[in-house]
Design a protein around this ligand. Structure first.
Ligand code: BV8
Length: 241
């Protein structure tokens, strides 16, 4: 077993699709019905906070009430973290809590978390499972109508970027799962790894992403099949290359 080889895994909405959560850019996905400019930018929130809060209340509700559970892909990544001798870091663009439910511990939500709210006045972040409205007040500073979803909108800086680039700079294997490769800076991570000239890059997706040609290795099909198979092979081989 090769000691200490580090793995970074980027996940997107595709890994949660088979758990019952919608993706964004697939046929009938979230952005086919709602414009990003209307619900997922700071300008939209400033212009019409009620509409933005409702968009996230609807999605949070389906996550909490819909009894959404991790699928075999999330579980396989948690198994890899438990059984691999080196570091395994999951960087997710997703704002659901399916990686946590599956048991992943070394996990960074670069686009935030649906089940948390943040005060736009004092930045206090608290768990939040119900609806968010303008009547809500901040438990820390008392500001009213300033609680927003703790998610990263377009034009806002994603979280943990320093930690993410440090992990990309030391990884031996970068795996991208269930993402269309449309949104930056996440879509640029594979290029960042390639520029180092070392390390293996793998895409596991339903179909080729925008960045498919940048990956040395690709496997296409449902995440619930491809991810457990890939993790099984990796653990059997006990080494990355
Ligand atoms: C930033 C959180 C810089 C909220 C999200 C002008 C002004 C400012 C910025 C920009 C600009 N122009 C461009 C940019 C950059 C912008 C960007 O990339 N825009 C794109 C649209 C061109 N990025 C940003 O704004 C980012 N911030 O750049 O900051 C900066 C610098 C200095 C100072 C300040 C700022 C912030 C981006 C984050 C936005 N927030 N989400 C929410 O969820 O509502 S993005 C959103 O897209 C989600 O996070 C989502 O995860 C992410 C990516 O989408 P995917 O996960 O890939 O989902 P998608 O539906 O696209 O694809 C699904 C894939 O799964 C498909 O390939 C499908 O085939 C596959 N699939 C389906 N089923 C399965 C499957 N695979 C396997 N198995 C299956 N069963």
């Amino acid at each position: 077993m090769a000691k200490g080889e580090a793995i970074v895994i980027l996940t997107g909405a595709g890994i949660s699709k088979e758990s019952g959560l919608e993706t964004f850019r697939d046929e009938g996905g979230l952005w086919s019905r709602t414009r990003i400019e209307d619900v997922a930018t700071p300008e939209a929130y400033a212009r019409d906070p009620k509409r933005v809060l409702e968009f996230y209340n609807m999605r949070r509700q389906s996550m909490v009430d819909g009894n959404i559970r991790p699928n075999a892909a999330h579980l396989a990544l948690a198994r890899l973290e438990r059984e691999w001798p080196g570091e395994v870091l999951v960087v997710t663009q997703n704002i659901d809590n399916l990686h946590e439910q599956a048991g992943s511990k070394n996990l960074l939500h670069m686009h935030g978390e649906m089940l948390k709210a943040r005060c736009a006045t004092c930045n206090d972040v608290i768990p939040w499972e119900g609806s968010l409205g303008l009547e809500n007040s901040c438990h820390a500073c008392g500001a009213v109508g300033r609680m927003r979803p703790h998610v990263v909108w377009f034009g806002e800086m994603p979280f943990y970027m320093n930690d993410i680039y440090a992990a990309l700079d030391r990884c031996h294997l970068f795996i991208s799962i269930g993402t269309s490769g449309n949104v930056y800076p996440a879509a640029g991570f594979v290029q960042h790894v390639r520029m180092r000239g070392v390390g293996r890059t793998v895409e596991l997706n339903l179909e080729p992403s925008e960045g498919a040609t940048l990956f040395a290795e690709t496997h296409y099909g449902p995440a619930s099949e491809k991810v457990p198979a890939f993790v099984g092979q990796l653990l059997n081989a006990g080494r990355i290359s």
